[in-house]
Design a protein around this ligand. Structure first.
Ligand SMILES: Cc1ncc(COP(=O)(O)O)c(C=O)c1O
Length: 447
């Protein structure tokens, strides 16, 4: 091995074990320590680690063709994956545009929304994208601008093109101080007020995560939310973009989370579970009317990335999707996910630092608070979610932390989202480690 360590780490103040191999829900480090991947990395490894069929598919493709630029060629894995996705996605979301990561996919979605109106109407004035506070759509500047994750936004604010944001459906800390269902979904109807204020002639799309992921920690919407926003978008000729980078590919117990509410978005943004960590792959799945407006217009989406439609990544995507379908992992996510969620609620209810357990399917969030009855968050300097993560990692369980949700500065949570292959006995072990770890955290922080 070459001497020295010149990796530009995500956090130079943190120690990182060397991840060596993975199998099922487990990751092993170089020293032989075993960790339960309780969050699928960053809600990525949906089919678990070390699936031979996927490795074989990548190997076979690597021997045949690894790159041919999409400006000159199409390739078989991309054709096959797009055809599979047409069946896997709802209604007439028939066409897929491939990229390598979720942020690139978000950029593609918002640019396509703008181009769609230009192609459809000629000189369209529609260009603004409405987002939500407490949302995350990626780390490229466009995605940061439409997102609403304050800790990730704050350093870059002077560099952002600002667009309107509406309030989140954060019922545990309702931004309007109301309670569901008496609130009459004020948060969803705020979309309409913002559209009126800005002028619908300037708005191209509304983008939201069906279950809010990284910023708040697995926050599902009130049941009518997506139907309300769909109807508002239709009434004002605005595209509805569902950012399913985290929630897609079975994570919430449906192919895509919008399926829980019978809503058909105009564009689904997909990533993470699409190739489940076997290769970088993401994309946007687009309604027929949008793709065909471009097809019958200029014919050319003014956008593109070098690795879009990469044969290796698409081969991985095909193998992952086939594996998911063959092993009925969407159904398992629904069934074992509900078991996991119920157990988390039951076992963590009395833990002093646990404010709320929430989620859907195999995507759960735990909000950590200083005071359970007042919901007061810990001060940011306590770094409660990082501490929780550290304690749990020492106990062999990996979770995905986040902060800043309560007021843009303070607030701690983490996501529990194991691979969709999880079995009940493994859910029992996860919850037992979590309870133990969070009781230790409570003792440490509430002395
Ligand atoms: C909802 C959502 N959108 C977009 C992204 C960005 O994806 P990537 O990190 O692959 O660029 C993420 C990543 O966590 C996400 O959760």
């Amino acid at each position: 091995m070459v001497e020295g360590n010149f990796v530009f780490y995500r956090n130079f103040h943190q120690e990182y074990p060397v991840a060596d191999r993975g199998e099922g829900i487990y990751i092993y480090d170089k020293d032989g320590r075993k960790y339960i991947d309780g969050c699928s990395g960053a809600v990525v490894s949906n089919i678990g680690h070390g699936v031979k069929e996927v490795a074989d598919a990548i190997y076979q493709q690597a021997r045949k063709l690894t790159f041919a630029h999409l400006s000159r060629f199409i390739n078989e894995p991309a054709l096959e994956l797009a055809a599979l996705l047409k069946e896997f996605a709802p209604a007439d979301l028939d066409y897929t545009w491939f990229v390598s990561g979720g942020s690139e996919a978000v950029e593609s979605a918002v640019k396509l929304a703008r181009q769609y109106f230009l192609e459809r109407d000629g000189n369209s004035t529609k260009y603004k994208i409405i987002g939500r506070w407490n949302s995350f759509h990626g780390n490229t500047l466009g995605a940061v601008a439409i997102g609403g994750n304050m800790p990730r936004r704050r350093p870059y604010i002077p560099m952002l093109k600002e667009f309107p944001h509406i309030s989140p459906h954060y019922c545990y800390r309702c931004p309007f101080g109301l309670e569901y269902p008496e609130c009459d979904l004020k948060c969803a109807y705020e979309l309409e007020s913002v559209i009126k204020r800005e002028g619908e002639q300037h708005i191209a799309a509304f983008i939201a995560e069906p279950v809010v992921g990284a910023t708040v920690g697995a926050l599902p919407p009130p049941p009518e939310y997506w139907q309300v926003v769909r109807e508002i978008c239709d009434r004002h000729d605005i595209l509805l973009i569902a950012d399913e980078v985290m929630t897609g590919f079975g994570r919430t117990g449906k192919n895509f989370a919008v399926g829980h509410w019978g809503v058909v978005p105009d564009i689904i943004v997909a990533g993470k579970g699409m190739a489940a960590g076997y290769s970088p792959l993401a994309g946007i799945i687009v309604r027929k009317k949008i793709a065909e407006t471009v097809k019958n217009g200029s014919g050319h989406f003014v956008h593109g990335h070098t690795y879009g439609g990469n044969p290796l990544s698409c081969a991985a995507g095909v193998a992952v999707l086939k594996y998911m379908l063959e092993h009925r992992l969407v159904e398992n996510a629904a069934k074992v996910g509900m078991y996991l969620g119920n157990l988390l609620r039951q076992e963590l209810e009395d833990v002093p630092v646990v404010g709320e357990v929430r989620g859907l399917g195999m995507m759960w969030g735990v909000e950590i608070v200083e005071n359970k009855s007042t919901k007061k968050p810990f001060d940011k300097t306590v770094a409660a979610s990082s501490r929780a993560t550290k304690i749990l990692m020492q106990k062999g369980l990996i979770v995905y932390p986040g902060n800043g949700a309560a007021d843009g500065v303070n607030g701690d949570h983490f996501i529990v989202a194991p691979p969709l292959v999880l079995r009940r006995q493994e859910a029992d072990i996860i919850v037992s480690i979590l309870k133990d770890g969070l009781l230790s955290l409570s003792k440490e922080l509430l002395r």
